[in-house]
Design a protein around this ligand. Structure first.
Ligand code: NYM
Ligand code: MG
Length: 207
């Protein structure tokens, strides 16, 4: 049986990732392609609970510690992700390792090389859709959860970091367009990648 694809959507807070992840999973399922949604941080695990408390200002931890927890939160899900992909189900993931590095480089003030290292060897995304949006437009979008990192100046540097992390598997998508316009672009890429990776082994990140 051919494996599923690991598809990731990345971007700053409020870029529209969650909406697009849901629409993509729905569209793939409607086409008879098995696909499941996943998001990081996964706040449902023990590590995820600590991350959630940090983000909502209920605990205080050094930024390096939080970064390693975000990475650990991905590592604790690897076995399940791998099993799902091998069973032929595509995963559509709301944030992954690039969020880890892009945010940590701002919070820890360490370089991207240091920030990428804990995630080395994770299942590599077959596709990363980077939802980019003008920083001023971003500021006018509602729904800010008042979590840590949700500050305009912070997000601006995060956006720059994302672009520095861009690899061949990435596609930059202009997210300040109609929801369905963005969706159709992502769906087209997703269908191409799902076909391309059939019969290919799952690669390892940064290796
Ligand atoms: N975040 C997310 C990180 O700082 N590092 C990571 O590895 C991940 C996956 O968590 N502001 C940050 C980005 C967000 C915050 O994510 C919560 P979300 O998608 O708003 O639930
Ligand atoms: Mg958020």
């Amino acid at each position: 049986m051919s494996r599923g694809a690991l598809l990731v959507l990345e971007g700053c807070d409020r870029a529209g990732k969650s909406t697009q992840v849901k629409k993509l999973v729905q569209a793939l399922n409607d086409l008879g392609i098995p696909a499941q949604e996943r998001r990081f941080p996964d706040r449902s695990t023990t590590i995820g609970t600590v991350i959630d408390q940090f983000l909502s200002n209920k605990n205080d931890l050094p930024p390096e510690t939080v970064h390693l927890l975000f990475s650990a939160n991905r590592w604790e899900c690897v076995a399940h992700m791998q099993k799902t992909l091998e069973a032929g189900t595509t995963l559509v993931v709301d944030r992954y390792a690039a969020s880890g590095a892009a945010y940590a480089a701002v919070s820890t003030k360490k370089d991207l090389f240091w920030c990428k290292e804990p995630d080395r060897g994770l299942p590599a995304p077959d596709f990363v859709g980077f939802l980019t949006i003008d920083n001023n437009v971003l500021a006018t979008r509602g729904g800010w959860a008042n979590e840590r990192f949700e500050k305009q100046e912070f997000q601006k540097i995060v956006a720059e970091n994302f672009l520095k992390l861009k690899e061949d598997t990435w596609k930059v998508i202009q997210a300040d367009q109609e929801v369905d316009v963005v969706h159709n672009q992502i769906l087209k890429e997703a269908l191409r990648v799902i076909k391309d990776v059939e019969g290919q082994p799952i690669k390892k990140l940064y290796e």
